[in-house]
Write a protein that binds this ligand. Structure first.
Ligand code: NAD
Length: 511
């Protein structure tokens, strides 16, 4: 594959790449130099000089300056910027998807889908820029108006994970921009090139609008220390952080110290119940896509399958047949559906989890490392199906790899109890043709997750809904619905247009 790198703003990947991009000014980071590695074959594709905390502070200062102007630009004009960004993304969709494949190892269909998410959230945000509504509320006082407005919040720090190197930032940034907030982005250090390409496309759109300060979008590349510098910065009223639960705990603690706000999108341990009435043809396709898509590296990956006793043997047998024929390998090869894990540490964690599952009584199908017929240097694995007791400790954990734990149940109440008995609460699903079961799963006594589906899998959300989960998943909501409210400050206004000064609750004072 020959990537048209210049179209994405790279002159040559032979030179070290900038670790800091403040508005339109790209600078070398003054920190450590790291290599960017393609998970396809483990080769070094670029090097990058990481940002130092002092450079992060400069980016935040520039965003604070930009905010002073950006907050006064009418929201529909802010939407015009996002509309122009979407034009850039549409023009560069295929090539940006190729970069995602190279840097994150996704198959082209999924990489294109990720860029499409950026386009979709742009369209949503442009419409939203004319709909940032507040309420008018009945005042108890005569000749008074009580209302609320939603005003820009301030610069937002966005920390993202490797597995959605474009879309997660886009959910935050496109909505944040129409809300009037500049964005300082710290991408995963495993996928910095995607971030630099996004910044290039955003700056091209900004250059077409003279009234937009380029510093409304900046990128700082680094590891946990750079994330912590953002989290601790008092000029960032909101930190939106996507990643593992330990990362979320560390970020939330730092942000809480300064009483800032955090929006957390953390790990999932997603379950699906398959009831006796389920349409198994649909269920098997949904299970396969959700369990092995992106090689099990989605926050919404299906990790726990809770199957009724009556159909469990049949379902497991049919799933094993599907798993045996999965095309696994170089994501650029025609027909491949399962690409590599991100790195060898990830492969080791998968093997360790399978070993623990074995010790805890799990019966394992698949899971081996594949070395034949795949690019050398990449970590390719046979996705695993593990039949195990719901009481095994390992099923409480998210292992970021394609391991599907299968458990059995007899009554729906038992299935829901198994389903909810994990610390995470992101995505969930039930397959059933029985509407009472489906409704029960959606009810207050059903799934305790933020995403609850019927007759579709756990992964592959649309941008129109709010995305996020409960419990240790962190409670944040991003993307569609009214998630935009997290990026604004709500102001309550009372206006007295009369000639008297009546007090609330009928209190009399100096009258
Ligand atoms: P990670 O936690 O290792 O890293 C995520 C980001 O946080 C990176 O940018 C990293 O540099 C930064 N970071 C790490 N430690 C930090 C610290 N102490 N302080 C500040 N920043 C820190 O996660 P990952 O391996 O890149 O991604 C996989 C994880 O992300 C999985 O747990 C997955 O479920 C989760 N995820 C969740 C969602 C969601 O929307 N809920 C979406 C994508 C990924």
């Amino acid at each position: 594959m020959m990537l048209d790198l210049q179209a994405l703003g790279f002159n040559s990947l032979q030179q070290p790449q900038p670790g800091v991009w403040i508005g339109k000014s790209a600078e070398m980071g003054l920190g450590e130099k790291i290599e960017v590695v393609s998970p396809i074959d483990g080769s070094a594709i670029a090097s990058i000089q990481l940002a130092t905390p002092a450079q992060v502070n400069q980016a935040v200062e520039a965003a604070s300056q930009a905010f002073r102007h950006w907050r006064t630009v009418p929201a529909p004009q802010r939407g015009e910027l996002v509309r122009r960004i979407a034009e850039q993304v549409r023009q560069h969709k295929i090539i940006l998807a190729e970069l995602i494949t190279l840097e994150a190892g996704k198959i082209p269909q999924e990489a294109l889908g990720e860029v499409q998410e950026w386009i979709d959230i742009c369209d949503f945000a442009v419409g939203l820029s004319r709909q940032l509504y507040g309420l008018t509320i009945a005042s108890e006082r005569p000749d008074h108006r009580l209302m609320e407005q939603w005003l820009p919040l301030g610069p937002v720090g966005v920390i993202t994970a490797f597995n959605f190197p474009v879309a997660v930032w886009a959910w935050n940034a496109m909505i944040g921009l129409v809300c009037g907030d500049p964005i300082v982005w710290k991408p995963s250090e495993k996928t910095p090139l995607c971030a630099l390409a996004c910044q290039h496309l955003v700056q091209r759109a900004i250059a077409t609008l003279p009234d937009v300060p380029p510093e409304v979008c900046s990128v700082v590349i680094g590891k946990a220390d750079v994330g912590q510098t953002l989290a601790s910065h008092p000029s960032l009223p909101l930190i939106s952080a996507t990643g593992s639960i330990p990362m979320g705990r560390a970020v939330a603690t730092t942000v809480a110290q300064r009483l800032g706000r955090s929006l957390l999108e953390l790990g999932g341990n997603n379950g699906m119940i398959v009831a006796p009435s389920a349409n198994l043809e649909l269920a098997i396709r949904a299970i396969a896509f959700a369990a092995v898509g992106t090689c099990g590296q989605r926050c919404t990956t299906l990790r726990r399958l809770i199957v009724h006793n009556r159909i469990a043997d049949n379902l497991v047998e049919r799933l094993q047949k599907v798993y045996r024929s999965l095309p696994i390998g170089d994501p650029n090869q025609e027909g491949v559906l399962v690409g590599p894990l991100i790195d060898s540490a990830s492969g080791e964690k998968m093997q360790a989890a399978l070993e623990t599952a074995r010790q805890q009584g799990g019966k394992i199908f698949g899971g081996d490392r594949i070395t034949e017929g795949v690019p050398k240097g990449g970590v390719y694995v046979q996705p695993a199906i593990v039949e195990i007791s719901p009481d095994a400790a390992i099923v409480q954990e998210e292992t970021f790899a394609p391991i599907l734990y299968v458990m059995r149940y007899e009554t729906l109440e038992e299935a829901i109890a198994i389903h909810n008995n994990v610390p995470q609460g992101l995505s969930s699903a039930i397959f059933t043709e029985n509407f009472r079961e489906a409704e029960y799963f959606l009810s207050p006594a059903g799934s305790d997750c933020g995403i609850v589906n019927v007759n579709i899998g756990t992964s592959g959300a649309e941008i129109g809904g709010a995305f996020g989960g409960e419990k240790e998943t962190g409670g944040g909501r991003e993307s569609g619905s009214d998630s935009w409210k997290a990026y604004m400050r709500r102001v309550t206004n009372t206006v007295n247009y009369g000639t008297a000064l009546p007090l609330a609750q009928g209190i009399r004072f100096l009258d």
